[in-house]
Design a protein around this ligand. Structure first.
Ligand code: KIV
Length: 273
């Protein structure tokens, strides 16, 4: 394994203590992982968002441990410097601590250094079992996409005072159980900053404002690999869907006109290569 970003190094990244904000980006395959690693991200998340942005599902509930292991292994084969964290898919950590540890083991053996799971106090026995089994855990609070049906859609969470306080309490409980970082998704910016101030581990925000200890975006959103409307927290740094369509259309035109392949793009009977 390449030496690179470690769990303790991520755990220590509190901006209030003078650390630089953490940068996390999702990746699901080897070229994607090489791209984000070459860009210098700290953490690569093999997210269950793969269900939506790669596999075309409407939510993240459709992927399994085998699916996540397949994508984690592809990311890990690129030997990134960044820490590789794999998402535990829905129902892989809900039934028992023993099953949770077994499923996390599949992801670690596929190449993850840590796993991420969604939810607060209800998940504490699972988090504790994972930590006891030496599996580092990243928490995920707020808009937890695996709860889409309970939330009634992908909706901002923690807007009411009691919900905000419950979220802070969940964050503290996750810290007590041993998480090394917490993703905070889809909450008012003020709550993102409040959670960040309350916990000794870094928070990584997505739609949670600038007061977190880091930020995460989904690969396809950041690169504009899809041009469908995206949530307001997405900033597109490229328009690769447009650029890719233009490139493929140019290829198609060259094939149809006979311009491709050229003599330089053909083999002859002698020589090398
Ligand atoms: O699956 C995912 O991509 C995630 C991020 C949005 C944090 O969980």
């Amino acid at each position: 394994m390449a030496s690179g970003v470690t769990v303790p190094a991520v755990r220590s990244r509190k901006v209030a203590a003078g650390a630089a904000p953490l940068v996390m980006v999702t990746a699901y395959d080897a070229p994607g992982a090489r791209l984000v690693d070459d860009a210098g991200v700290d953490v690569i998340l093999v997210g269950d968002s793969v269900a939506m942005v790669v596999l075309g599902h409407r939510d993240t509930l459709q992927v399994t441990v085998a699916d996540l292991a397949h994508h984690t292994a592809a990311v890990a084969r690129s030997s990134p410097r960044a820490l590789v964290v794999a998402d535990m898919p829905w129902l892989s950590y809900h039934r028992s601590p023993a099953e949770t540890v077994g499923n996390a083991g599949v992801l670690v053996r596929a190449g993850a250094a840590a796993v991420k799971l969604e939810g607060g106090r209800r998940r504490l026995p699972m988090v504790e079992a994972l930590v006891a089994a030496e599996v580092p855990v990243m928490g995920h609070l707020g808009l937890t996409p695996q709860s889409v049906h309970v939330m009634g859609g992908f909706k901002v969470q923690g807007r009411k005072a009691d919900a905000a306080t419950a979220l802070v309490d969940d964050a503290l409980a996750l810290v007590d159980a041993g998480v090394f970082a917490i993703v905070v998704e889809g909450v008012p910016a003020e709550l993102g900053a409040r959670v960040t101030g309350a916990v000794p581990v870094p928070t990584i925000g997505i739609g949670a404002g600038p007061g977190c200890d880091g930020q995460v975006l989904v690969f396809h959103d950041l690169l504009g690999l899809d041009d469908r409307p995206s949530p307001r927290f997405v900033r597109r740094y490229a328009s690769l869907k447009q650029e890719g369509t233009r490139a493929v259309a140019a290829f198609a035109a060259d094939v149809r006109s006979g311009d491709f392949p050229s003599p330089e793009e053909c083999y002859d009977n002698g020589g090398e290569g």
